[in-house]
Design a protein around this ligand. Sequence first.
Ligand SMILES: Nc1ncnc2c1ncn2[C@@H]1O[C@H](COP(=O)(O)OP(=O)(O)OP(=O)(O)O)[C@@H](O)[C@H]1O
Ligand SMILES: [Mg+2]
Length: 280
Amino acid sequence: MSDVASTPDVLIVSNLVVGYGDRVVLDGVSINVPKGGSVGLVGESGSGKSTFARTILGLQKPRSGSINIASGGADHPVQMVFQDPISSLNPHRAALDIVAEPLTIRGEGTMRQRRESARELLSRVGLDPHRFADARPSTLSGGQAQRVAIARALIARPALLLCDEPVSSLDVSVQARVLNLLAELRDEIGLSMLFISHDLAVVRMIADSVAVLCEGQIVESGDTESVISAPQHEYTRQLLEAAPRLPGASRPAPTSTLIDPVNFSPPAPFAGPSPEPKDD
Ligand SMILES: Nc1ncnc2c1ncn2[C@@H]1O[C@H](COP(=O)(O)OP(=O)(O)OP(=O)(O)O)[C@@H](O)[C@H]1O
Ligand SMILES: [Mg+2]
């Protein structure tokens, strides 16, 4: 893994080949994520999406190909949001400590500063810290738990947020709210995102561009609206037919990037009231 800070891309993956035993699961996958951009990776179950995520995180060793991350100096340039929010959170810790944990591990700031940053992030993701700071994961709804997971991922100021099916375990109405939160964060702090989903309707809400993964190969990629309105590949057409529609799901218009996603320092980017509802 090398640093590519001089390029406008946060992530450059070239010709990635990954396998388990004799089996090749990703076969020459190339994807770039521009700084401040959001890229969708869509494919059906078993197409290799999570294998791709694990390889980016360094949990799976590629057979060949390269992964370049513009870390911007961050210790942990990639942070992950997982499919199942409740089980991704430590059941024995309170929400505030869970969110602060990445800073605690690094010994960043005083405990008081870390807790203050965690409070600001809780409120930024739409959870009133007065109500949720002491909450254990088991007492949270799926949507609330995913908001805690997003706050924890962002407190570490990652160069890239990697989301693997972050809303597929949530009810449809809650999905839309969590997706809107991610879209707001993308626009407000210029978050760079790689968003993995089997559902093109979900990807459409969040991703500027999309790559379609079929049995370990990218069969089509491009601007999300173009791919959805004029799919070139039969597999993409099948995915489109399988995509459930989200009621009222419209993608917020992107606004200008206010903050350098790599170099911004909290708490400023997260200040301000959250317009999001809290009871999901
Ligand atoms: N640890 C592993 N050992 C062996 N095979 C694996 C392992 N993990 C995944 N696979 C296989 O690799 C292929 C891709 O799996 P992966 O989990 O990456 O797919 P996915 O696109 O994330 O699917 P889903 O949408 O169901 O999460 C599947 O055939 C799976 O069975
Ligand atoms: Mg998966």
